[in-house]
Design a protein. Sequence first.
Lengths: 382, 292
Amino acid sequence: MSLLALLSDYTLQNVAIGAALLGLVSGVLGSFAVLRKQSLLGDTLSHAALPGVCLGFIVGGGRHMGSILAGALITGALAALVMLLLTRMSRLKTDAALGISLSVFFAVGVVLLTYLQGGNNASQGGLDAFLFGQAAATLRSDLWIMGGISVFALALVAALWKEFKLVSFDTQFAATLGLPVAWLEALMTVMIALAVVVGLQMVGVVLMAAMIIAPAVAARQWAHRLESMVLLAAVFGIIGGVSGAMISALARGLATGPLIILSLSSVVIVSLMFAPGRGFVWEILKLKRDRRQLRYQQVLTTLYRLASHHSDPGYRLDQGMVDAYHRTNTKRALDRLMRRGLVTLTTPPSHEPGQRKQWVLTAEGYREAERILDSLGQEASA
Amino acid sequence: MSDTLHEPNLALHVEDLTVSYHGKPVLWDIDFDVPPGVMAAIVGPNGAGKSTLIKSVLGLVPSVAGHVTLFGRPYRGARRRVGYVPQRSSVDWDFPTTALDVVTMGLYGRLGWLRRPGKRERAEAMAALVMVGMEAFAGRQISQLSGGQQQRVFLARALVQKADVYFLDEPMAGVDATTERAIVDILRRLRDQGKTVIVVHHDLQTVRSYFDWMLILNVRVIAQGPVNDVYTADNLRRAYGGQIALLDDVTAPHPESPAAATSEDKSVGKSADDARNPPADSALGNIARETP
């Protein structure tokens, strides 16, 4: 299929728009969840959506998107409430409470699902698609619902931006300012449930957690401000969503949801590796650079100490002498120092016995060594 | 002190405050008054409830009983007159934001809903950063600041609140000597402007040189009042119990006035032996007042 034909394909358009919407909203809302250290909340909420999906199916009397999503939202919120009560009322920590809430709700969901599949309802076959998502089944009417939810959630984030930021950063301080912290936190949780609801059709309850976490984690690597982090997470989410949809369209038969997650995961891996300042590769390079820097400084200060010990700024040293002091080959370090103009190689005056070239500090090298020793002295006394 | 000042004239008035955690009292029947315009320290051993006292005054921790007023009004009505510096470790400093942005957060309460900080708020935040000597770091990622710098940013955030009472939770914990000096200078300036500064403090050595009012706490109130009257070996022994090391600190020569401290050493021993409650104008009180 040519790219043009692909782009004008009606089903694919639906899928791509849906995936982009999902990426956008989960990127934005996921950023707050990740910063509040509640990444796993998305996992619990999405698994807890399953019983809601089934109940929505029963109450709505069929596969009606409206009732199914409402059911998912309600049981998701209920699971969050159970989690909250467990941490408040018992001695359970958040992780255990999340785990319990997740598994209980998911188990109920699976029981309901198998119950429905046991009955002879003609349309119940579509329900297990909510486990892993069935992007191809996305209808235009589903997109309107997803779009409406997304617009609502994003408008809320825009309106309450500074409150969400403060509550995510410093809950106690927010409370002393008189912000209704409990309500704001509950609202943020409900909004995660909204993101889950948007993603049910596309990626399903099992993989939805990755949609919440991945764009935010990747964006955190590159961004230094909340504004840029949230924007970047939205962009990553959209890119991941659309490229997942495209790949699955090009290779017919591969599931869209997991491909979206995989595209996002590659963005995460690249970000974890290469993001400036925070990336893995960056850290290794920095470590190497720091070590090399330390070696130069050691060699330079050795020359300086010997020069001042002999009260002769032009004190000359053999390569072998410097090596002996450091018990290792310092040729490379000295070469680098020479390129930076801190030391020079000079030929000894003709009356001296040895005629091999010797190392000497330049005036600049002398000053640099003094500066290094000064800063070390300050640190030691501080 | 408290009978000459009436409630509205007290910067902070705490009455019968009891706070419990899992059924155990953390604070028991606390009565605590701070007049305006003083720099007060809250000291006590670990687990004495020092931070809890501040948090419960600010409504962050629910209380079982008791009531709190600031200038005669409950906290809800006096919120705009209060500035707060939480413990530095209470937030994640890896949050993606800048020093200036954190300081601006101090203005969010005044801004109200739906309004964003603009030029004026940024200018105010910048002025606060200048006051704590951090203007060069305004655009710096907060994760790249040192502990002392982070603490100063927190202090600046409280300064933009333009409050009348400031609560600080261990602001001198784990900061370098320069920062401690800077923080004390700023707090003194606030007090000289007539503001009230209430600090949870962990270092008994510096209480006398930094503060003029103090509360010694160990679940109950052990003693409160002007530092000169309250800072006695007897009171500290009652709060810290058998923690001998701390008592050694108390009687050890004071670094800023060795002569005064040695004579005080004797007087402490004498007053503790003679009477359980040394009078305010004992030799100890007079000598301690000489220390700057």
